[in-house]
Design a protein around this ligand. Structure first.
Ligand SMILES: [Cu+2]
Length: 482
C-alpha cells in the first residue's frame, strides 16, 4: 500500500509537472481534458441496465489525442463509491498508473485527480477502472492516440467489446468462489460436483473432465456488447463505398475472448495493442481480454451492409457492428452463430512480427511466472501465491533487459498484462522469434510464452491476469525498481 506520505510526494510531483507545463508557451492555453466517472443507463436485451462510464463533459467516451502531446487529464469521480482509472498500455510515471493500493489511493466520491505525462507512442489503447469489479459494470472507454499511421483518407471506426450480466459482479464472484465446479488438470482439484451450480443461470454448466480441452468462460453472461449494443439493436456505422476504414477493436470484456469475423471482407491487421506489426491479411482474428486489433479494410464499391462480428471462443454467441455502405438494407442478425467457434490459439501470435522490434539483447534477468490455481474455491495465483499487499515485488533493476517466462499450469487460458512497459513476445514453447510488441499476451493451457522488456520506467508496477475474477482472486503480483 502506498503511504500517505508517498501520496503527498507524488501529488507534489504532479503539481510540479503542471507548473513546468505552464511555463511552456504552447501548453499555457490548453486546459486539461476533463474525464468524469459517471453512472449511466443503457438498454440490454430490451431491459434497462444501470452501468458506469468515463466521459468528457460533452459526452465523448474516453479520449482521442495525438502522439507527442502530453496526456493532461483531470479525472473526476462522480459516482457514489471510490474509483480509479488505469490507462491501459500507456507508460506514465508509476504514481499515475491508476491501480488502487499499488500506484496510489482511489479517488473518493466527489474527488478528482490530475494526470500529466508525455505520450511516447501512438495507437489503440483504452482506459478502465482497476477498482473492485467496476470494470464489469462497463467502466471503460477508448484511449486513441493518433500518429502517422492515421491517414486522412481513412475513416476510423471503433468497436469496443464487452461482456454483460444483469447479476451484480460481487454476486458472480461469490458464486464462483462458492462453486465446486472442478477443472481437470493443473491444480489438485477434486471430484467435479457442478450440479449445485447449474440452474443458477449465472455460471457455466461446469467443466467436463475432458483431458486436453481447455476450460473456457467461467461466467455465463446475459449479453455480449459491441459499442454498448447487442446484435438485436446494433451500432450501424455509415461508410463510403470504395472507401478505406481503420477498424480499432478493443476487447474491454471482463472475462471473454472472441474471434473477430469479417465475413467476406479481407482485413489487413497492422497493429496489436497499438504497436505496428508486419501486416497480416485474413478474415478472422483472435482477440483475448484487454487486447486491441487495428485492422484496415477496403470497403467494396457496391452498396452493402458489412458485418463485423465477434464470436465468443468455445461457443456460438456473438456480437458485432454493421458497416453500412450507401443505403444498403440491413437484415436482422442473430446473436448466435451457426456453429461454435474454437478456443483461441497462439497460431496467429506465433506468426506476428514486430515492425519495430526491441534491439536484440541477452536478458540480464529472468523471472519465471507459473500461472497456477484451481476452479475449486476459485483460487488463482502466480507461482502458487495468491496476491496480498504483503507479497514482495519481483526485483529488477533500471536499465536491464528483463524476460518474463509465463508457464500456464492450469486448464484455463490467461491473458497476462504488464503495466507501464511495452513488451515483445520472444518465445513460444521453446521457439525463439521476434514477435509482436504489445502489452497483453494470451497464455493458453499448458503453453509457455516468454516476453522481453526494457526496464526503463522505474516504479512499482502491476503484473496480472486480465480476467477480472482471476485478478480479484489473486492472479496478480508487482515488480519494483528504482
Ligand atoms: Cu487468469
Amino acid at each position: 500500500m502506498l503511504s500517505r506520505r508517498a501520496f503527498l510526494v507524488s501529488a507534489a510531483a504532479a503539481s510540479a509537472a503542471t507548473t513546468l507545463a505552464r511555463a511552456q508557451p504552447n501548453a499555457e492555453q490548453a486546459p486539461p481534458t476533463v474525464l468524469r466517472i459517471e453512472r449511466r443507463s443503457i438498454e440490454v436485451n430490451g431491459k434497462p441496465a444501470s452501468v458506469l462510464g468515463v466521459r468528457q463533459p460533452d459526452g465523448t467516451f474516453g479520449i482521442r489525442t495525438e502522439v507527442g502531446e502530453r496526456f493532461r487529464v483531470r479525472l473526476e469521480n462522480r459516482i457514489e463509491e471510490p474509483s480509479l482509472i488505469h490507462w491501459h498500455g500507456l507508460t506514465p510515471p508509476w504514481q499515475q498508473d491508476g491501480v488502487p493500493g499499488v500506484s496510489g489511493p482511489p479517488i473518493p466520491p466527489g474527488g478528482s485527480a490530475d494526470y500529466d505525462f508525455p505520450l511516447r507512442f501512438g495507437g489503440t489503447f483504452w482506459m478502465h477502472s482497476h477498482q473492485g469489479f467496476q470494470e464489469q459494470l462497463l467502466l471503460a472507454a477508448p484511449l486513441i492516440i493518433r500518429d502517422q499511421r492515421d491517414r486522412p483518407d481513412q475513416q476510423e471506426v471503433i468497436m469496443m467489446l464487452a461482456d454483460f450480466s444483469f447479476t451484480p459482479p460481487e454476486q458472480i464472484f461469490a458464486e464462483l468462489k462458492k462453486g465446486t465446479m472442478s477443472s481437470m488438470g493443473g491444480a489438485s482439484s477434486g471430484t467435479p460436483a457442478s450440479a449445485g451450480m447449474k440452474g443458477t443461470g449465472t455460471m457455466a454448466p461446469g467443466m467436463a473432465m475432458n483431458a486436453g480441452k481447455p476450460d473456457l468462460n467461467d461466467v455465463t453472461y446475459d449479453a455480449f456488447l459491441a459499442n454498448d449494443r447487442t446484435l438485436g439493436d446494433p451500432d450501424v456505422v455509415k461508410v463510403e463505398p470504395g472507401g478505406r476504414v481503420l477498424l480499432r477493436i478493443i476487447n474491454s470484456s471482463s472475462m471473454s475472448a472472441f474471434h473477430v469475423d469479417l465475413g467476406a471482407l479481407d482485413g489487413e491487421l497492422i497493429a496489436v495493442d497499438g504497436f505496428p506489426i508486419a501486416p497480416v491479411v485474413a478474415r478472422r482474428f483472435p482477440i483475448a481480454v484487454a487486447q486491441r486489433l487495428d485492422i484496415r479494410l477496403a470497403i467494396p464499391r457496391a452498396p452493402a451492409a458489412h458485418l463485423v462480428l465477434a464470436v465468443l471462443e468455445g461457443e456460438n454467441k456473438q456480437t458485432g457492428i454493421i458497416l453500412r455502405a450507401a443505403d444498403a438494407p440491413i437484415a436482422r442478425i442473430s446473436d448466435t452463430a451457426s456453429m461454435a467457434y474454437p478456443a483461441l490459439t497462439l497460431d496467429l501470435e506465433s506468426r506476428l512480427r514486430a515492425a519495430s522490434p526491441l534491439k536484440p539483447r541477452k536478458a540480464d534477468r529472468t523471472h519465471i511466472l507459473n500461472l497456477t490455481g484451481t476452479m475449486a474455491g476459485y483460487r488463482w495465483s502466480l507461482n502458487n501465491v495468491s496476491w496480498t499487499k504483503d507479497v514482495p515485488p519481483l526485483a529488477i533493476a533500471q536499465g536491464e533487459r528483463v524476460e518474463l517466462i509465463f508457464v500456464n499450469q492450469t486448464p484455463m487460458p490467461h491473458p497476462m498484462h504488464l503495466h507501464g512497459h511495452e513488451f515483445q513476445v520472444v518465445e513460444i514453447d521453446g521457439k525463439r522469434f521476434a514477435g509482436a510488441v504489445r502489452d497483453t499476451v494470451l497464455v493458453p493451457p499448458g503453453r509457455r510464452v516468454v516476453v522481453a522488456f526494457d526496464a526503463n520506467n522505474p516504479g512499482l508496477w502491476s503484473l496480472h491476469c486480465h480476467l477480472l475474477y482471476h485478478l480479484e482472486a489473486g492472479m496478480f503480483t508487482t515488480l519494483r525498481y528504482v
